[in-house]
Design a protein around this ligand. Structure first.
Ligand SMILES: [Zn+2]
Length: 144
């Protein structure tokens, strides 16, 4: 049985938005440094309980992807499902933001949008705020 405190930690919003950049919430094991996204209560690697919360970088790199042609009725197909590698040494499965075919090795940023939800996270209240990976915009001061 999971304690109320532990259950609350798991149900937190799975990301933070800082300066317009979306950063996924993750957990790092203080004993062996393994990183999990979504965060979990116990480290798979060493069994340590009580992972520390971290925020992943707002950008990652596409490791690989697949195209989903059949899904449940609420999701329009086809869509692309990507594995994205982050500098924090964690690989996260995220749906692509657009219909454009992802490119393996491409740098992408995490954005909010509609589509399938990050596996293992709880839905937010109100409108869907879902995590999707899109091409890095390379924005600079001139883009607003
Ligand atoms: Zn560990």
């Amino acid at each position: 049985m999971v304690s109320t405190e532990a259950a609350t930690a798991v149900m937190k919003r799975p990301y933070e938005v800082e300066d317009g950049l979306v950063r996924l919430r993750a957990g790092r094991c203080p004993a062996c440094n393994a990183v999990y996204c979504p965060a979990r209560l116990v480290c798979d690697g060493c069994g340590h309980r009580g992972l520390e919360e971290i925020l992943l970088a707002p950008r990652g790199k596409i490791y690989t992807f697949t195209t989903v042609h059949q899904s449940t009725p609420e999701f329009q197909t086809p869509y692309h499902l990507c594995y994205v590698d982050f500098d924090e040494q964690v690989r996260v499965m995220l749906p692509a933001a657009g219909e454009e075919r992802p490119r393996i090795g491409e740098d992408v940023e995490i954005v909010l949008g509609t589509g399938p939800r990050l596996v293992g996270t709880e839905p937010e209240e109100g409108p869907h705020a879902l995590m999707v990976a899109g091409p890095a915009t390379g924005r600079d001061e001139d883009d607003v």
